[in-house]
Ligand binder design. Sequence first.
Ligand code: ZN
Length: 263
Amino acid sequence: MGQRVAPHLFLTCQQCRYCRTGRDAQCSRVKGVLGVTTHGAFAEFFKAPARNLLALPDNVSFEAGGLMSCAVITALHAYRRARLSLQDVAVILGPGGIGQILIQILRSAGVKTVAVGRSSESLEMARKAGADLSISLKAPDALERVRDFSGGEGAQCVFECVGTAATMKLASQFTQRGGQIIVIGEEADFPEINTIQIAQGELEIIGSRNGSRQDAADALNMMALGVISPLIVRRFPLEDLNAAIQFMRNGQAHGRLIVTVKD
Ligand SMILES: [Zn+2]
């Protein structure tokens, strides 16, 4: 066996202003995204340019390493898009695979975390990841509890991991004046946040997508140090890929699933 590696997914041009400034996932002449627009991931073998590969630290498993390319790098980059300090409060709206990793990162940075989610299973996973408080989306006093937890003003930052119009509206209510909403979840929805609320409350709405090669390297390092350890809910062999996808579609995947390939 040769060098164990994990890929950075974006096949970038290396020449545009975004590539030159280390914003790989924003490359304006991106040639493809591994496993998304090119073959890969759900196969025993796939091709990737050598420059896209990062060496896996010895104590990071293939399973954990595979999660770096999407969930872990996305969580780390989203954290870096925010402006958070010790003892600030962050809400993780929709604590699935990315949200759970965000909770681990935020904890290690001394930020207090509140997970707000729909299912009791995802809230349970959020608690396992270390959330200080978990609240059901359906709770009539959810807003009040977030405000109480943050000393009355609301959270400094909301990580919006769902991305629907309804959750964006909630995010704007959980955020304090001058606070930030980091948008990670993607849906073709138009959120109802009016401009009066944005202007008068000086809200910052910030998009976040995957991450840079540096984020990838740092994510692997943080996994090696044990700061980040993705929670895996279930493993499927490659032959049962369709069952894995069905499991996700049924809303049963409250964390990351792993598809394994025989050695
Ligand atoms: Zn580029």
